[in-house]
Design a protein around this ligand. Structure first.
Ligand code: CND
Ligand code: ZN
Ligand code: ZN
Length: 375
């Protein structure tokens, strides 16, 4: 029996307040309005940005349904939707793309003018939510909300992918893989033979290591305070792994010495002021490029020594790896299907939605790279 046009009752992981665990409850998901798409989620990875919302480091409206790294299948579409149809396998896009605005049309822009990423991504375009619990609205998150059996997306925030793609793997193309890999390739524009430093070896950082390797870097120095991450970093292309806690000197000084003046490219994939500063200082004065990939705390301010930039370094930020989401995601999925890169080493745990709190604990304890929830 078709569910189109009807409210669907389903399971979702709802977070009611800051720093509290998720609870699995039955919610109501309203049908998609015009230019919206309702999808059944098949798999969703857990990314640190979801945990930043739990901890308050990234401001979010509660109660909320988090999750921004998923794969689903279209259940029904609202009026005027032409980009997907029921039955299509899709990836939700936390960085939507209308394709019409100045940013979407600019060759280097990937942050659509029509859709924000902050609190405006917690509701649909008309300012309401499609999720309710016992009639009370629940906020969405990051234009996506994938920790639920069904979600509703704006049509600009969904793209069709190869029907044969395995959801429990390609969900990582919805955030972690694309963000790290693209930051190296598109934002830093790592060159063959260059020296790179990657700070933070989670799912996003290890994808940045893969991007540096694919771009032909000859030296990739991987940095983490958790040495358990080193074996995987080496497997994915790191040539050296170092732990800042093993040195008395600041890690930027260690890197400058190791590379006789600083690295060509540094990527900060943690989201802390201290490591952002270290990553900038560790790159070569004159021509070094440092890319901020980790999400710093919302509304925070940081201090840097202006001479770091004055002497020629470049400091850049990278959202979703600089990819234009609607165009790049299907292509990345097809590259994965053609075995141009692997996602298996990034996936350390697969869990049912009911075990979402366990998945977050594994991340906080540094025991997982990516946990993927399967539905
Ligand atoms: P995850 O927590 O898995 O990895 C972070 C790694 O950093 C861990 O291995 C930590 O041990 C390590 N670390 C922590 N503190 C330090 C330190 N002081 N020095 C060295 N290493 C340290 O996170 P993830 O890989 O899922 O995400 C990484 C960041 O990327 C995080 O801030 C997340 O919010 C952000 C991100 C950005 C974007 C984007 O579009 N730019 C999209 N999604 C996530
Ligand atoms: Zn993410
Ligand atoms: Zn746009």
């Amino acid at each position: 029996m078709s569910t189109a046009g009807k409210v669907i009752k389903c399971k979702a992981a709802v977070i009611w307040e800051l720093k509290k665990p998720f609870s699995i409850v039955e919610i109501e998901v309203a049908p998609p309005k015009a230019h919206e798409v309702r999808i059944k989620i098949l798999a969703s990875g857990i990314c640190r940005s979801d945990d930043h919302a739990v901890s308050g480091s990234q401001y979010t409206k509660f109660p909320a349904i988090l999750g921004h790294e998923g794969v689903g299948v279209v259940e029904s579409i609202g009026e005027g939707v032409t980009c997907v149809k029921p039955g299509d396998k899709v990836i939700p896009l936390f960085l939507p793309m209308c394709g019409e605005c100045k940013n979407c049309k600019h060759p280097r822009g990937n942050m659509c003018d029509k859709h924000g990423l902050g609190v405006e991504a917690a509701l649909m375009a008309d300012g309401t939510s499609r999720f309710t619990y016992k009639g009370e609205p629940i906020h969405a998150f990051g234009n996506t909300s994938t920790f639920t059996e069904y979600t509703v997306l704006r049509e600009d925030a969904v793209v069709k992918i190869d029907a044969a793609a395995p959801p429990e793997k390609v969900c990582l193309i919805g955030c972690g893989f694309s963000t790290g890999y693209g930051a190296a390739i598109n934002t830093a524009k790592v060159e063959p033979g260059s020296t790179c430093a990657v700070f933070g070896l989670g799912g996003v950082g290890l994808s940045a290591v893969m991007g540096c390797k694919a771009a032909g870097a000859s030296r990739i120095i991987a940095i983490d305070i958790n040495k358990d991450k080193f074996a995987k970093a080496k497997e994915l292309g790191a040539t050296e792994c170092i732990n800042p806690n093993d040195y008395k000197k600041p890690i930027e000084d260690v890197l400058v010495e190791m590379t006789n003046g600083g690295v060509d490219y540094s990527l900060e994939v943690i989201g802390r002021h201290e490591t952002l500063n270290s990553a900038l200082a560790a790159c070569h004065k004159n021509y070094g490029i440092s890319v901020m990939v980790g999400v710093p705390p919302s509304l925070s301010q940081m201090t840097i020594m202006p001479t770091l930039l004055f002497t020629g370094r470049t400091w850049k930020g990278s959202l979703f790896g600089g990819w234009k989401s609607k165009v790049a995601v299907p292509k990345l999925v097809s590259d994965f299907m053609q075995k141009k890169f692997t996602l298996d080493p990034l996936i350390t745990h697969t869990l049912p939605l009911d075990k979402i709190n366990e998945g977050f604990e594994l991340l906080r304890e540094g025991k997982s790279i990516r946990s993927v929830l399967v539905f």
